[in-house]
Design a protein around this ligand. Structure first.
Ligand SMILES: [Zn+2]
Length: 111
């Protein structure tokens, strides 16, 4: 039996990285906060990649965005906040000892 309270906490804990980068509102588009601010402050330099996703986009899809555009910021923030690492390439680097031992890794739970 899975304790429902535990599983809610686990879900929230696992999505902390996504919530740091994305604004998610129920039934509304999920928006990358960093891209939105970048575009607002410097529209001419913004590379015009996609940063607004449908509300149904899974966290794994959103993490691909983080991986592609904000991986260094992600690593810095992950260490600072103690996030679980659910980005595949980071998991690999981690398991091979390339990045900080203080980062936590939880590869078995990504979906
Ligand atoms: Zn973005």
């Amino acid at each position: 039996m899975v304790d429902p309270l535990n599983s809610i906490q686990l879900t929230t804990e696992r999505a902390r990285d996504v919530h740091h980068f994305f604004e998610k509102k129920k039934g509304e588009s999920t928006i990358c906060i960093f891209c939105r601010d970048w575009k607002a402050s410097d529209p001419e330099k913004f590379p015009n990649h996609i940063y607004i996703y449908t509300p149904r986009t899974a966290n794994s899809g959103l993490r691909r965005h983080i991986e592609k555009y904000y991986i260094l910021l992600f690593l810095e923030q992950a260490e600072k906040h103690g996030w679980l690492i659910l980005i595949k390439s980071v998991e690999s680097a981690f398991s091979m000892g390339y990045i900080s031992k203080s980062l936590r890794c939880w590869p078995a739970l990504d979906s």
